[in-house]
Design a protein around this ligand. Structure first.
Ligand code: SAM
Length: 448
């Protein structure tokens, strides 16, 4: 493929991601497969698509003085300008003149001479005059928002919740690449044997401190290994592994996972139970229940009974049943996973936080009565907002004196995690900058 064709595919992708409000990784995968893009172009494409979305607000700030605000640019032209400035300022792979040349070629091909000349003019001006300096922005939170491309309301909200320093570190961490982690299927292979095999393939790996099944991959593509293809390992963030570690499920127990798809934590739980016992796993739609089944099959786990079902109605299905362990890994805004899904930060609004907090509370309210006396329930989310995390858990406990916060949760945490800044009296808030994990919240509740 010619360079400009790869870049034109990038423009297409950026347009579709903005139109469809998300699913960037799925669209990129589809584009790569359908257009037979080479591995080298694939890496470049992924880098430019993610980078342009990751830096979108910064790029718009950079472009503002050079684009006549009275003219309404077509979406694809805006994407073309953004991705070109992204390459000029954040990538040093391609010289500026080549970036501009390719952008003009795309503009000619997709539009007409007028658009090509506008793109040429804007980008040459950016090159000649340089982009505006963010240091002139007086308000600290606003400056941080522009420099790290987060919506201003979100940065201000985090500053109010966690202070400026922590927010500054979090916003910057959200722009970095997260190391990939995998979990071994311990009924099929030990962590040591998996690490040996990967080392022989030239991988650089480390043991995770979050789970004795976890491995961090610093170098190497796990998707191209036998270990991955044959279900000896699965990809999972370390913060998610911690959930199952803290659930303390044992062989022979009965477990309910109320929000289970795509099945990361429930399969980990089945592994901890040595594939003995019963797990009822639910997710809202049949398609999602299929994902759980598929993941369980890939890992050769048979004790998971996956069904479609609303967690708020499970009492009907399990009227006379009580569980030893319950997991509520609730739907949430996902502000802890911005590094992998950068579009989240632009699409979620304040109202989404409040609406999700209501759903989270309803799920807890309906599922908790299914817990046995002395049973344990983990409430978790992949977000960093107190409304969805601390408040949902605290409000639940305030309403239900027969449930208590299980303080032995904190004693069971690895010491470095227990001493981390997000460990509070209500649970553990992991921030992406602290251990290079997702931003994640979890806490453990016990039935008296
Ligand atoms: C954070 S994800 C769960 C991730 C999963 N536990 C894992 O480890 O792979 C939240 C899930 O909740 C599901 N969900 C949303 N509302 C639900 C409801 N009312 N009842 C059951 N599941 C729901 C979503 O479809 C989504 O798959």
């Amino acid at each position: 493929m010619e360079n400009y064709q790869v870049r034109e595919s990038i423009v297409d992708l950026l347009v579709r991601i903005e139109q469809d409000s998300g699913f960037s990784h799925l669209l990129i995968d589809h584009e790569i497969k359908s257009k037979h893009i080479s591995p080298k172009d694939e890496a470049l494409m992924t880098e430019i698509v993610y980078g342009t979305i990751q830096r979108q607000l910064t790029l718009d700030y950079y472009l503002e003085p050079f684009v006549d605000s009275r003219k309404k640019l077509k979406r694809w032209v805006r994407m073309l300008l953004r991705m070109s400035v992204y390459q000029m300022y954040f990538l040093d792979k391609v010289p500026d003149h080549a970036v501009i040349h390719e952008a003009v070629e795309i503009a000619k091909h997709r539009g007409h001479k007028g658009i090509a000349s506008l793109v040429n003019g804007v980008l040459r001006n950016v090159q000649r005059k340089g982009v505006p300096n963010t240091a002139v922005i007086q308000d600290k939170a606003k400056r941080l928002a522009v420099e790290t491309s987060h919506p201003e309301w979100l940065v201000k909200r985090w500053v109010d919740m966690y202070g400026y320093e922590l927010t500054h570190a979090m916003c910057h961490a959200n722009l970095e690449r997260k190391p990939l982690s995998i979990r071994v299927q311990p009924l099929k292979i030990t962590r040591e044997a998996a690490m040996d095999e990967l080392r022989e393939l030239g991988f650089a790996t480390r043991k995770s401190d979050f789970s004795d099944q976890g491995i961090i991959i610093d170098q190497g593509n796990i998707l191209r290994t036998r270990l991955f293809a044959e279900g000896y390992v699965t990809i999972q963030d370390q913060s998610s592994m911690l959930v199952t570690e803290m659930l303390n499920a044992e062989p022979g127990m009965t477990v309910l996972d109320a929000c289970s798809a795509p099945g990361g934590k429930v399969t980990h739980t089945a592994e901890k139970m040595r594939n003995q016992g019963v797990i009822a796993a639910y997710d809202l739609h049949a398609k999602k229940a299929k994902q759980i089944e598929q993941k369980a099959a890939e890992l050769d786990l048979t004790i998971i009974d996956a069904k479609a079902g609303d967690a708020r109605k499970l009492q009907e299905q399990h009227e006379n049943q009580r569980f030893d362990r319950i997991l509520v890994d609730a739907p949430c805004t996902g502000f802890g996973v911005i590094r992998g899904k950068p579009d989240i930060k632009y699409h979620k609004q304040k109202e989404d936080i409040d609406q999700l907090a209501r759903i989270q509370s309803e799920i807890l309210e309906h599922v908790a009565p299914l817990l046995k006396k002395d049973g344990l329930l983990i409430y978790s989310t992949c977000t960093v907002d107190k409304t969805e995390n601390d408040n949902v858990a605290a409000n639940f406990l305030a309403r239900h004196p027969d449930f208590i916060l299980d303080t032995s949760f904190f004693e069971q945490l690895p010491p470095m995690i227990r001493q981390s800044p997000g460990c509070s009296e209500i649970g553990l808030q992991l921030f992406p900058q602290t251990f290079s994990t997702d931003g994640f919240f979890l806490t453990r509740i016990k039935r008296k």
